[in-house]
Ligand binder design. Sequence first.
Ligand code: 4NP
Length: 154
Amino acid sequence: MKILFVCLGNICRSPIADGVMRHLVKVENLPWTIDSAGTESFHVGEAPHQHSQSVCLEKGIDISGLRARKFTHSDIDHFDRVYAMSADVFQEIKEISGKKYDPAKVELFLNELYPGQNLSVKDPWYGEREGYYEVFDQISLGCETILKKYRNKV
Ligand code: 4NP
């Protein structure tokens, strides 16, 4: 499995998903590829937001080595699953992907946890540190659900 998590800036939400999923597949010794990207280029090259980093580190997950990059249409070819962290990002993925867009690969992240509800992971960028804990918990549940779903299909 090759899984890509996508948010706007690739510094708050998708790096948490990237770190949590890498952690889970490492524990299970699965040969999966995990990555993350953003639909905007504001933060390209930057490390994850300090609150994303510290909330992950409190749970034993070090995401300090991740660097923001922009989502490109060739990501659709490279990955088996592309998860949009929110509805606006889902639309942007469609637009950036153009002819390469593949509805079988792209999904709203929270639809794995709450099928068909089209919910978004709230962007913690505009709020306080507490918001990052909420986002971490929601993302962890989602990643565990994805792991269970695909673990035996590889
Ligand atoms: P993210 O959060 O998409 O979860 O990384 C954001 C980070 C930066 C901005 C917006 C959202 N920004 O506008 O710079």
